[in-house]
Every structure is written in C-alpha cells, then in structure tokens.
Ligand binder design. Structure first.
Ligand code: SF4
Length: 347
C-alpha cells in the first residue's frame, strides 16, 4: 500500500471537501438515495433533488409507499428515468426487510444495487473494507499510476479494481474512499486540472509524462442514431390529449403527446397527413413549433410540435386521456416536452 498516496488524499480532503448533507450521516438510506441521484448527474444539479426526495420521503418506507407517477414527477429533469423507476422498485423491496442493509453482501443481492452502490453504502455507512470506484476514482488512479487499460472494458475494470483495493488503507476506509472521489471531482478534473496546486504533483505519472489529456483511456461507444419525433398537440376546450409511453424503451411510462416516431426526417405535408390519420384529427394545423433538439446516450432527437384544435365530438384515440392545461404540470413528462410546455407557459 502507498501510504503517501492515501494520506495525501485524506489530508487534502480534510481541507477541501464540500459541505454535503449525505456526508454528515451514516444512514444507509440517505447515502443510497444520494448515490442513485448522483449517478450520471453533477452534485450541483443533484443536490436539490436529494433535498426534495429526503424531505418528501424521510424514510425508505415513505418512498416505498409513493406511486410511480409521483416518483417520476419528482425525478423530472434528472434524465435516465429508469433510475427513478429502479429507485422505487428497490425501496419497495428494502421496505419489506427488517432494516436497511448496510453490508455489501446483503446490498448486492438487491435488484437495482450494483457493485459500485453496494461498495459505497457499505463503506460510508458501515466503514466496510471496500474500494469504491466511480468515474472520478478511475481518472485519479489512471493518471497518477499511469494505468492505461480502458476503464469501460472488463479486463480494465478488473485491473482498476485490484489497484484501488491495493491502495485502500485499513483504517479510515470510508474517509479515504470519499477523499479520492472528491479529489477527482474537484482537483483532478477531466479537463485542464490545475496540477500546479496538486499535492500529488511530484509523483504523478500523467503530469511527468504529459499524458493528462490521454488518461484515462475509454473504448469508443457507438455514435448515437437519429430519431425524429412529431407530436400532435390536440386541444379540446383547453384540455390537451396525453398518453403514457410503453413499459420499455426511452422515457418508459412517462406522459407525452400522441406522436409519430421515425428514424428518417419527413416532409411536413407527410407528417400532417400521418398525424391526422393516426389520431382522428379533422381540423387544420394551427401552428408548428420550431425544431427542438435533445440528446440521449444513444439517440439524437429532433422534434416538432403540431398544434390542433379539435371539436367536442372528437373521437379520443385509444390509450389517450384528456388533461386540463392547468394540471398538465403535475404529470411526469420527458425533459423535451417540459421545454415545450414551459415555452407555451403551460407550467
Ligand atoms: S498532478 Fe495533475 S493529473 Fe496528477 S493527480 Fe494531480 S491534478 Fe491529477
């Protein structure tokens, strides 16, 4: 074990750590909640969500009693909605247990809790001897030790796991894990870290070998493919037509306007013809929105909203429901729809 490395990080952490609510507790529920919210999300963005969740659902039993629509509504804006749904499913499972598990071996048995989260909860709440590896830790280890294995390959993950474990001090495990994560988040940042103030600068491989911009190594992912969404915003007496997305695929079980989803851009005349035929629309289009752009991990979405006013005798298509304009903000919708609704001042 490299005492210089771990002691330097713990020392740095004692001076520079941020004041974050989940650091002041060893309650596994709060720690789990923060970890789920912070996956793929920056602390600044995730903090208000954490506070909203912990205030509304102070215990795992309160969260387990919530409906999926309530949780997704609270999750709105964080993206990766499957995390919100998994949060609720895991809360239901934990709520039936005697108490919130703190040990890695019990946590890893739960659906929705993987190696990273189980290690984090058991380390932070129980000081268990587990190395926690998130994106920040990969970056610090890769740069400092010059480990150039791809961090998203199976063999790379194994090597990093071994290295992380070999650096883990027997004492202060939890503090060390939090220190290296925070060090990656604040000091050894992805772009242009200020190495001149870094306490590890004298022994850092990436700095001495000028490899800061090439470490850590990541295998390239497939480029995202295009998806075109054409929404029909059908207004009947100040009520709008909504439907729930299917169980699987993007934005599963969120609400949306009826739409066409295609992989090739369509001319407006064809879009209108198809929307009218699919959704029983007889009236002319009143307005067409500008094009909205939205990026998902594997999809580049371009969307337009076609607004219609329908008559009282309009035949509501299957699986759709009418929602008053005043209440639409209470429905969990994808971020893309939220942007449109905000511009239309429906929220
Ligand atoms: S010297 Fe620079 S690259 Fe090396 S650990 Fe410090 S901040 Fe990261």
């Amino acid at each position: 074990m490299d005492f210089l490395f771990s002691n330097t990080l713990i020392n740095w952490f004692s001076k520079h750590q941020r004041d974050l609510p989940w650091r002041k507790t060893n309650d596994p529920y709060s720690i789990w909640l923060s970890e789920v919210i912070l996956q793929q999300t920056r602390v600044n963005q995730g903090l208000p969500y954490f506070q909203k969740f912990i205030t509304t659902y102070p215990t795992v039993h309160d969260l387990a009693r919530a409906s999926e629509d309530e949780v997704l509504k609270m999750w709105q804006g964080l993206g990766y909605y499957s995390r919100g749904r998994r949060l609720l499913a895991t809360a239901k499972a934990i709520s039936e247990m005697h108490e919130f598990p703190k040990k890695y071996e019990s946590l890893i048995e739960l659906n929705g809790i993987g190696d990273y989260t189980a290690s984090a909860i058991s380390s932070f709440s129980n000081n268990e001897y587990r190395a926690v590896l998130d994106g920040n830790v990969f970056r610090v280890l890769s740069r400092y030790f010059g480990l150039a294995e791809p961090i998203n390959s199976t063999s790379g993950k194994k090597k990093f796991q071994e290295l992380a474990l070999s650096m883990l001090p027997r004492k202060n495990t939890s503090t060390y894990n939090q220190a290296i994560m925070e060090f990656g988040a604040l000091q050894c940042i992805p772009k242009n870290p200020d190495c001149s103030i870094c306490p590890l600068q004298d022994s850092c491989y990436a700095l001495s070998q000028k490899k800061i911009n090439t470490l850590p190594v990541k295998n390239r992912k497939k480029a995202p493919t295009a998806l075109f969404l054409y929404f029909a915003v059908i207004n009947i007496n100040d009520h709008l037509l909504l439907r729930k997305r299917p169980k699987h695929g993007i934005w599963a079980r969120l609400f949306e306007f009826p739409n066409l989803e295609v992989e090739v851009e369509m001319p407006e005349i064809d879009i209108l013809e198809n929307l009218k035929a699919h959704f029983n629309i007889e009236s002319p289009v009143l307005r067409v929105s500008h094009e909205y752009h939205h990026a998902l991990t594997h999809r580049k979405i371009k969307a337009k909203f076609f607004e219609f006013k329908a008559n009282q005798d309009y035949k509501i298509p299957e699986h759709c429901t009418l929602v008053s304009q005043d209440e639409i903000h209470t429905y969990a919708v994808p971020r893309l729809l939220e942007k449109y609704l905000n511009e239309k001042k429906y929220n």
